[in-house]
Design a protein around this ligand. Structure first.
Ligand code: URA
Length: 201
């Protein structure tokens, strides 16, 4: 078994957040190709994901698959996960403590996979890698850290609900192949002293 599969087995029995562990049907560690160039990081599992144990399998997932198809990728060719791995009850926003608790899992997933590119989907995922930034300003832009490209996009569910974001998210997706093929042109990020500052307190 691969180190990433072993990690996902540990994530699947995580009890760090009492409320999430009590209310979930199952944990949604992530899925896709372990050797993928791109890892997509969403916010948190919703109802469908909680039922199936796989990320992005509801309406937002269908739209994500369409976006992937626009750059000739299928979901099996990328890796997809979330900032938090359990569904928050009633689909509420993740709590700062839940994001903190789950952050180690995400860090380990990135470390083990070493993707060329991490694509953040939505604000919760973006602030982990672009602290202090606003998604309306930085969507569609990339930064490099330790030779991994971090690229911010709106959340597919936001684009499903707001017609005006659709063109934006679709245009941002189309930029991914050129960033991937020209890693050297991506600007190196400033060091990050405190990654999770937004969620503290
Ligand atoms: N939205 C997310 O952020 N993640 C999922 O897995 C599904 C919907």
């Amino acid at each position: 078994m691969s180190a990433l599969s072993e990690l996902c087995q540990k994530i699947a029995v995580c009890q760090k957040c009492e409320i999430l562990a009590k209310n979930r049907t199952q944990v949604v560690p992530g899925d896709g190709a372990e050797s993928a160039d791109i890892m997509f990081v969403g916010e948190a599992p919703g109802w469908h994901e909680d039922q199936q144990g796989r990320p992005f399998v509801g309406p937002a997932g269908m739209y994500l698959e369409q976006l992937l198809a626009s750059i000739n990728l299928r979901r099996e060719q990328v890796y997809i996960t979330n900032v938090i791995k359990c569904r928050p009850p009633g689909n509420r926003d993740p709590l700062p403590s839940e994001i903190q608790n789950c952050h180690k899992w995400l860090e380990s997933q990135i470390e083990l996979m070493r993707p060329k590119m991490v694509v953040t989907l939505g604000r919760y995922s973006m602030v982990l890698f672009f602290p202090g930034k606003s998604i309306s300003k930085i969507h569609g832009t990339a930064q490099k850290r330790d030779n991994v490209i971090y690229y911010a996009m709106y959340h597919p569910a936001a684009a499903l609900h707001q017609q005006s974001l659709r063109q934006t998210i679709e245009a941002d997706m189309l930029k991914i192949p050129s960033f991937l093929s020209q890693v050297e042109t991506v600007t190196e990020a400033e060091p990050q002293p405190q990654q999770l500052s937004m969620f503290e307190g």
